[in-house]
Design a protein around this ligand. Sequence first.
Ligand SMILES: C[S@@+](CC[C@H](N)C(=O)[O-])C[C@H]1O[C@@H](n2cnc3c(N)ncnc32)[C@H](O)[C@@H]1O
Length: 254
Amino acid sequence: MALLNDAVGPGTSICLLGAGQLNDVRLDELLQRSSSVTLVDVDAATVESALTRHGIPRSLRCRLHPPVDLSGVLDVLPAAGSPVGGVTEGLLSHLAGHRCHIDGAPCDVTASLGVLTQLLQSVVDSALSGPSAARVSVALRDKHLRDLVRLTRPGGTALLVTDVVSTTTAPELVDADPRNLEPHMAALVAAGNFFTGTNPYRIVAVLEEDAHLSALVAGAHIADPWLWAVTPDRQHLTCAIVIRRRPAAAGPPA
Ligand SMILES: C[S@@+](CC[C@H](N)C(=O)[O-])C[C@H]1O[C@@H](n2cnc3c(N)ncnc32)[C@H](O)[C@@H]1O
C-alpha cells in the first residue's frame, strides 16, 4: 500500500492484476484516493466475493473486469502426462506475440499483485520439464512484463509485486531483521535459491536491456523486500519492482 500510495493521486486510474481476495490492498483507501480502480483476475468470482465481503459495490469507479488469463497460455500448455514433443517452440512464439487486453487500459498505475508466481506455476503444473520448462517460464515472465508496461499510461507507474523465495527453502529468513532483508534476497538469488523466473535483479536488467521494454521504461528499481505470511508455517520473501513509464514523446510544434 505504501508503494501504491506513493504512485496514486487525485484523478489517477488504477489497474490491479491478480486482485484475488483483495487481502493485500486496502481497496476503500485506493478508491478514495483515485478516480477508478479496475480489478483483474482469472477468477472473477473470487474478486466478486471479496468485494461483497469488504462491502464495496461495483460501480463506474470500482470495476470488476471479466475473467482474464494473464498468462495467455492456460489453454495451450500441454497437460501433465500428455506428450510434449515439439510444443516448446510453438509456446515461445505464442508468448512472444500474445498481448492481454484490459478494458480501460492504459491506466496511470498498474500493479501486478503476486500473480507472476501463479502464472509460472501453470508451467510447473504442465507436462513441460527441464530446459523447456525454464525457457517457457522466462518467456512467460517477459510477456507479463510487456503486458504490465503496456497497460500503464506513458508517464505512469507499474508495480510488479512478486514473491521470490519461500521460508521452506530459506528458513533463516524467519530470524532475519525485517528492516534489512535485501542482502538476504541478494544472497539467496546468488545461490540460485528462488522461484524460477522471479529473480528481481534479472527483471530490472530485462527492463533496462530489452529493446522494446527499454524504449518504454524510464527507470526501474527494487523496493525493500518484506515477508508475506502465506500460511501459518510458511512465509515468502516478497519484493516490488517499481517501474516508471517514459512520458509520451512531445508532438511536432504546431
Ligand atoms: C496470490 S494471489 C494474489 C493475492 C491477491 N491480490 C489477494 O490479495 O488475495 C494470485 C491471484 O492470481 C490469480 N491468477 C492465477 N492465475 C492467473 C491467470 N492465469 N490469470 C489471471 N489471474 C491469475 C489468482 O486467481 C489469484 O487471485
